[in-house]
Design a protein around this ligand. Structure first.
Ligand code: NAD
Length: 481
């Protein structure tokens, strides 16, 4: 809370069209009587180019931690030069685990083939392939680690169900690829089913992401709340925004326990920066979500009415201007003036409140105790020696009790024993070692095994321990194992 008694909101005007759309948005907020005390920070391109590869100076972090609320305009990430995406850095450093993106159509005011589309995508924001843990492991093969956790999944799934319940939504769809990634995406789906049982009033479905995205592009009006993993969420939220016909209109929130960040979903649009023609609606929608988060529902609702009325009256920025549906093409500032003029009037559109996004609180995580047993080890080798059987025989000759070689896979497919000559092999081999008697190996057995392999001339590039948890296998089988 600031000295004015109003909540402190940290504001970054961003790059490209950022300053234009931020000024327009703030003028509307002020005219509508939003109660906030602004602190402006500089982040982004200027900071990157001054030599700070994160794009965020120390004083900006301090302001964010103090205020806990952030209204952010889009940022330009300079190409190359090792600059890290500032959005990803803020989301992960501050634990902004839920990315909430309402995507809706406003037909007939904004043309769209889907008049009834009104969905909210709840995207997990911290885990998955976005952990950014990548390695080149051999001459041929590169790896990106996909990390999915129980607390991370519980948090996002609970958030999606609570969001649906508190915002009067009817259905929650979970999108995963658990037919292929049975352990990681399978965890996400099973937690969805488990937590879903606590929300019997909500219709629930699990969809495979490939057909799910296809349906979302073709029948977006059949979806309500969609919850999914980070990468899938990134992709489908752009599909949803695109089919709604309104990439320039949608806002999003990034919710964490200590900080909430609100923004437009689009980027800094350098192609139209400085021309005063950008649509401020995306940022304005982000700001409305922020007002809801701050409990200023009445102010958010007034702005929403006025914004819809402006669109309904046919005052459109260039990105949404169509001769058949628009009355006048307006610039950024003129659009803001038009919204301000209409703040006192209610639009003919009756369902404006369905666009409101009420924030939700989620539960703490309590870790359950499990019995974890080591069963063996996968040793990954770089080997360019020849046929898989040659490697298999060489390994069998080198290792001794308590380990025995169970199988070798190449890119996940079993190639030894009993592989197919047709399988294409790279130089990256996963060699599964289990104990001879099926008992747990002792921890000290593993370094001895690795020592033996290195002394026999093998190039060990990494290992993965094979565990079971409460008697359930914690690793996938090789294809053909
Ligand atoms: P973009 O969203 O900036 O632009 C895509 C197209 O949409 C452009 O033709 C642009 O003119 C148009 N557009 C976007 N917003 C508009 C608006 N409000 N009004 C009218 N037209 C609009 O995507 P891009 O060109 O791929 O990226 C440009 C820069 O933005 C890059 O540096 C990228 O890294 C950055 N970016 C930032 C964020 C963010 O800060 N959250 C998100 C995405 C991209």
């Amino acid at each position: 809370m600031s000295t004015s008694g109003y909540p402190e909101v940290v504001i970054a005007k961003g790059d490209g069209i950022g300053p234009e759309i931020t000024d327009a948005t703030l003028r509307i907020l002020d005219a509508a009587g939003a109660k906030y005390s602004p602190t402006f920070i500089d982040i982004g391109e200027k900071v990157y180019l001054s030599g700070n590869t994160s794009g965020i100076p120390q004083e900006a972090w301090e302001a964010l931690i103090r205020a806990g609320i952030f209204l952010k305009a889009p940022i330009t990430t300079p190409q190359g030069g090792g600059y890290k995406s500032l959005n990803v850095t803020i989301r992960k450093t501050m634990g902004l685990y839920a990315n909430v993106r309402p995507c809706f159509t406003l037909k007939p005011y904004i043309p769209s083939p889907f008049p009834d589309m009104d969905m909210v995508i709840v995207r997990e924001n911290e885990e998955d392939l976005y952990a950014g843990i990548e390695h080149r492991q051999t001459t041929d093969v590169f790896q990106c680690l996909k990390l999915i956790s129980i607390p991370g999944t519980q948090r996002i799934v609970r958030y999606a169900f609570e969001y649906a319940r508190q915002n009067g939504r009817k259905k929650v769809t979970c999108m995963v690829k658990d037919n292929i990634m049975k352990i990681t995406d399978g965890l996400f789906a099973s937690i969805f089913r488990e937590i879903g049982a606590e929300y019997p009033e909500l219709e629930q479905e699990v969809m495979i992401i490939d057909i799910g995205s296809a349906r979302l592009a073709r029948y977006p009006d059949r979806f309500d709340v969609v919850v999914t993993l980070n990468l899938y969420g990134d992709i489908i939220s752009d599909i949803a925004a695109e089919v709604s016909g309104s990439v320039g209109l949608c806002g999003s929130s990034n919710i964490g326990t200590e900080l909430a960040m609100f923004e437009a979903i689009h980027g800094s649009a350098p192609d139209i920066a400085g021309k005063a023609i950008a649509n401020p609606s995306g940022m304005l929608n982000g700001a409305m979500m922020m007002l809801e988060h701050l409990g200023q529902h009445d102010v958010a609702e007034r702005i929403r009415w006025a914004w819809l009325k402006t669109l309904e009256d046919g005052l459109h920025t260039a990105d949404i201007y169509r001769q058949e549906t628009s009355k006048r093409k307006v610039g950024t500032s003129e659009f803001a003036d038009a919204v301000i003029e209409r703040l006192a009037s209610a639009p003919a559109l009756s369902s404006s409140s369905k666009l409101a996004s009420k924030p939700v609180q989620t539960l703490d995580y309590h870790r359950k105790e499990v019995k974890k047993e080591l069963l063996g080890i996968d040793v990954f080798l770089e080997w360019q020696g020849g046929k898989p059987a040659e490697l298999g025989k060489k390994l069998e000759a080198s290792i001794s009790a308590p380990f025995k070689l169970k199988m070798i896979t190449n890119r996940g497919v079993k190639v030894y024993p009993d592989g197919f000559d047709q399988t294409f092999c790279t130089d990256h081999w996963r060699c599964r070692m289990l104990t001879v008697d099926g008992n747990s190996p002792r921890n000290a057995d593993i370094p001895k095994l690795l020592q033996t392999l290195v002394e026999a001339g093998f190039d060990v590039i990494k290992t993965e321990n094979l565990y079971q948890f409460d008697g359930v296998r914690g690793y996938s089988l090789g294809q053909g194992e």
